[in-house]
Each structure stands twice: as C-alpha cells, then as structure tokens.
Design a protein around this ligand. Structure first.
Ligand code: TPP
Ligand code: MG
Length: 591
C-alpha cells in the first residue's frame, strides 16, 4: 500500500479520470492542492484574474470537446462564492464542471474562522453534489463519486470543499488499482422506439426539436441519419444549434421569442407533431404554451425522468439518453424504410424549404454608425464552417443567433439558460485551451465585455489567441429595448465623455486601450466596409503575437432586434428582406 497526503490521492484521481487542465488561483487554504498538483505534474494550470472567470473557463473547456470536464480551483471563502455563478450556469445548461475549494480546518468550521463559509450549503441548489469532505479517508471516494455524478444521467457540476487539515492528512491509497465508477445512462427500448415512430407516422407535418442533450451525447450524426431516413424537418434549440448544419435541407430553423429564425417560427407553426429529443421546452423557445402546443402532438425524450412533464404533459414520454434513443430510432426507422412502410414527406419538406428560402431579415445595411445586422453578415462571409462561436446574452447574442450560421455541434457555445453577463470572454478562453488550433470567435455587447474584461490578461499570458467581436452600442441594449414597455430609458446608458479618449465622441469606455493595456491586440471599426479588412488583420495579429484580438465595432446606439412574447407574434423593427435569398452564404443554406 502507499501512504500519501489525501490531497495527493485526489490529484492522482483527477489525472486518472482524465483531467489535464485546471483554471483557478491559489490562496492559503488551497495551497496543499497546488503543492500536490506541482508534485504530480500532469495538470496544466491557467491562472484566472477572477474566480468567476475561472468557473466560466472550466465550462467553456467542457463544452468545447466531448468527454472534457473543466476543473476550477480556488481557496476558501470568497473564491467559492465567486464561482457560484459558474456553477449555476453549468447546472442550468447540463454541463459538468468540477469545482474545488479550500476550507478552514474541520475543528474550526463552526468558529467563524477566517474565510470559512459553508460553501457546500450555498452550492447545493446548483450542483449535482456539493460536499465538504470532513474525513481524509473519504477523499478518494468523494472524488470517485464526483466523476460518476458528473457523467451519469443529466450531466451537471459538482463542488468538493477541502478543509486544510483534510488535504494534509495521510491516508492509504493505491492509484494503480483505482477504477472510475460505471456511468449510468437510461436507454430507449425497442418497444418505445416503435411507439414513438408509430405516433410520428400518423402525423402530416412532423418536426424534430433537437436539444443540447444530443450535443452532450455526441449524437448529431445519428440525429441527421434519423431525420434523413424519416425525411422530417429539424428545429434545433439554442443549445442544440449545430447538431444539424444550418445548410442541411432538413434544418427548418430555430424557434423562439428571441434567438429564432423567421422561417423557423413559421415552419413550426405549421407543424402538427413534435418529437423533442434532449430538450427542455425552455420558455424562450416555446413562448406561451397555448400557442406552442395548439393542434400538436408531443413526444418527449429526455435522460432525466423528472424532466418529462415538467413544462407540460407530453402525449408520450421516454426516459433515455439522447444518443441511445437515436440509435434505437434509427434502427427501427431503417427497418421500416427497407419495408417501405415510412410515409413520404416531400410536400411538407418542400414547404419548409420554401419558407427557408424566403422568410429572412435584412442585413445588408451600409449606415455609419454600423447597424448590427451588417456585422453578422460580414462575419458569415468571412468566417468558415469550422468557426467556433462563443456568446452569452444581450441584443448582440440574440441578433447573432438570428443572423450567424452554425454548421457543427459544439460550434455555438452559449450560456443558454443562466445568461450571466461576463461569461463570454472566460468561456472563450476555456474553449481555446481545449482547442488550441480552432478558430474561436467570441461575440459580446460592450457591457458583457466589460463584466470580465480583466480575463483578457489570461489570454495574453497563456497565449490563447481568439477573435473577440465587441458590438458597442454604449447601452445595456437588451434592457433598453425591454424598458420600452415601461416607457423609459433608465440606468441603461453606458455613454460618457471619456476624458482620455475624446475621439470616442461619448461612447464611454475605450475598449481598445483597455485591451492593449491587458496585453492583447485591438482594432476599432466604424465603417461597415472596413469589417473584412479588420477580420484579416485580426488573423495576422493572432498568428504573430498569439494573443486575443478584440474587434470593436461602433454601432448605432439604438437598434431594436426582432422579438416578441409569443412565437406567432414576433415584432419586426426593421425592414424585412423580400423575395428569394440572394447572398451566396444564404443560397447555400438551401442545400
Ligand atoms: C449578471 C447579469 N446582470 C444583468 C443581466 C441582465 N442583462 C441581460 S442583457 C443586459 C445588457 C447587455 O448589454 P450589452 O452586453 O452591451 O449587450 P447589448 O444588449 O447592448 O447588445 C443585461 C443588463 C444579466 N444577464 N446578467
Ligand atoms: Mg451594449
């Protein structure tokens, strides 16, 4: 047997479970962990500038690549509380991250010790497991359980809190014979697949709503195979976007109140049957349930039993991992196809394609200051199919989702449910850490960017080049738009005269100077025709300096973006595009 500090056993388990990177920052109570990590040498550490940043980096790292689990590490007290937003975001979007915190010694936990806070209690509602480990000999088991929990069923985050003396105590542990616990995932049965396809066959206008569970399960090829076998249009959710390429003939558009396509909502409103796979009927996807459900039959497949019926009663519910369900459905559909018993869907698919070819919003504006729609048009022209987009919330994210194109799973990395401002930048750094060779493009409004702007220094220090497009309207744009309902424009202005940068003419923060001060490169764009050159320049700067490059676009200050409170009642503020789509990028969307 081998005698070692409990924390050395913990680090050995982390490495055995596949952890190669950690995002965090040390403090006295977590120094034993840092000493174990240093001794072992198998984990590279990225030093965040804010613990919330570390937690979002961990989430970006997990989302970027199948099987990844992002690890964030901080000391006791405020380090843990800073990471709660990261745990919430990961929890809300079913993303596993492991959060480790240092803690005061066990005997002093109840004595109001310096930086001793009951972080496990605080984290409980936003984790699958939150535990202060009180016995050194429990450390291996707690870590083993943490990985089992994160990977089984509906994925999600775990927090382990490590009192200083527990980390330091010696235990007996043998990593050579350590085995990860078996992962549990429910799987659709043959009978359930038969029944699902029977109900679908009875419909005239079926659609598949493809959720983030399909992305988590790495099952996008199976989704496409099923859709093609059945010839059924697919509506990806915001979390499932990319599971079927935007230019696939059966990609029928996103549905929702904000991050949706005109053709997506129109197609959905004509449907009479919905097969939801790995989705959660998010309220910004459904809008009012009366409109969403009217005249439709629903089958809902989800890995978590208590998700079935949470939002509304489906006509049929199945508890299954999305990948396992798709495998079974493809198997049965293949047999039915061979037997010639699948109904033809050509007229319905053509009808959806027709709308995809015509129901668009205009983006070819050439005003100065720039209209945001034009930024996304230029991004579509410049960035290739393999671009990984990262975004969080705001008019920037909403319009981005309406106008950008995504062609692969894990290529739209977005904090869908929690939407914490500031998430974009650190999440993008996590994605870059997981994929050093990918083209990563982050999209932020000016406020989202300012929230965790200090993390740019992490990108500069650790050589994590990516492009950060900052669309600057000098406004909390989404909230300004929401305040129209209150007839006010109150506490949402970011504009001021910057005494150091008068050339900004009242747009407030000089993002270019701040980015440069933090060791990055930055370009300011004021005229739409300058966007292509800025993207080219960014690529050159990244190649030469290996640092993040910020492209700040000075936008017109007030642009209202299409949205509404019902999927059949979206308000369009701008002129719509009429006729067939013309731009090559959009023609290709029609396959
Ligand atoms: C921590 C936090 N506080 C408040 C909000 C509410 N909120 C959503 S978008 C937004 C404004 C975003 O402004 P900006 O990033 O500039 O994007 P824009 O809408 O202007 O494109 C606010 C305050 C939030 N999502 N997160
Ligand atoms: Mg803004």
């Amino acid at each position: 047997m081998a005698r070692m500090r409990a924390i050395d056993a913990a680090v050995a388990i982390l490495e055995r479970e596949g952890i190669t990177h950690a995002f965090g920052l040390p403090g006295a109570a977590i120094n034993p962990f840092y000493s174990a990590m240093r001794r072992s040498g198998g984990i590279q550490h990225v030093l965040a500038r804010h613990m919330e940043g570390a937690s979002h980096m961990a989430e970006g790292y997990t989302r970027a690549k199948a099987g990844n689990i992002g690890l964030c590490v901080g000391t006791s007290g405020p380090a843990g509380t800073d990471m709660i937003t990261g745990l919430y975001s990961a929890w809300a979007d079913s993303i596993p991250i492991l959060c480790l915190t240092g803690q005061a010694p066990v005997a002093r936990l109840h004595k109001e010790d310096f930086q001793a806070v009951d972080i496990a209690a605080i984290a409980t509602p936003v984790t699958k497991l939150a535990m202060t480990i009180l016995e050194p000999a429990q450390v291996p088991g707690a870590f083993q359980r943490a990985f089992h929990k994160m990977r089984s069923g509906r994925p999600g985050p775990v927090l382990l809190d490590l009192p200083f003396d527990v980390q330091m105590a010696d235990i007996e542990f043998d990593i050579e014979t350590y085995e990860p616990l078996e992962i549990l995932k429910p799987a659709m049965t043959r009978a359930q697949a038969e029944k699902t396809l029977d109900v679908l066959a009875a419909a005239e206008h079926p659609v598949i709503v493809a959720g983030g569970g399909i992305v988590n399960a790495e099952a996008s090829p199976l989704l496409i195979e099923l859709a093609e076998l059945l010839d059924v249009p697919v509506v990806p959710t915001l979390m499932g976007w990319g599971a079927i390429p935007d230019d696939h003939r059966l990609m029928a558009g996103m549905v929702g109140l904000q991050t949706s396509h005109r053709y997506g909502n129109a197609n959905f409103l004509r449907s009479d049957f919905v097969l939801g796979i790995g989705n959660r009927w998010a309220n910004r996807h459904t809008g009012g349930l009366e409109v969403y459900r009217a005249g439709r039959t629903f089958v809902h497949i989800d890995i978590e039993p208590t998700q079935i019926g949470r939002i509304f009663t489906p006509d049929y519910g199945v508890v299954s991992d999305a990948g396992a369900a798709l495998e079974r459905l493809v198997e049965v559909a293949t047999e039915r196809r061979a037997a010639g018993t699948l109904p033809g869907r050509t007229a319905w698919v053509d009808e959806c394609s027709e709308r995809k070819g015509t129901l668009h919003r205009r983006s070819d504006f050439d005003q100065v200051p720039v209209k945001p729609q034009r930024v996304y048009e230029e991004m579509n022209k410049h960035f290739g199919r393999d671009t990984v987009y990262v975004s969080t919330i705001g008019l920037s994210q909403i319009a981005g989702a309406q106008f950008l194109h995504v062609y692969n799973p894990r290529h739209w990395i977005n904090a869908g449910q929690a939407g914490p401002l500031g998430w974009t930048l650190p999440a993008a750094l996590g994605v870059c850490t997981a994929h050093p060779d990918a083209t990563v493009v982050a999209l932020s409004g000016d406020y989202d960017f300012q929230f965790m702007i200090e993390e740019l220094a992490v990108g500069a220090q650790f050589k994590l080049p990516y492009v950060h497009v900052v669309v600057n309207n000098s406004y909390l744009g989404l909230i300004r738009q929401a305040q129209r309902g209150f007839d006010m424009d109150y506490c949402v202005q970011l504009a001021f005269d910057n005494v150091n940068s008068p050339e900004l003419e009242g747009y407030g923060v000089d993002h270019v100077k701040v980015a440069e001060g933090l060791g990055c490169k930055a370009i300011r764009v004021r005229v739409p025709d300058e966007l292509p050159a800025a993207f080219e320049e960014a690529a050159k700067l990244m190649a030469e300096f290996r640092v993040p490059v910020v492209i700040e676009v000075i936008l017109e200050r007030v642009t209202n973006i299409s949205m509404g409170t019902e999927i059949d009642g979206i308000t369009e503020f701008e002129e719509l595009r009429t006729g067939e789509v013309q731009a090559p990028a959009e023609r290709s969307m029609l396959d």
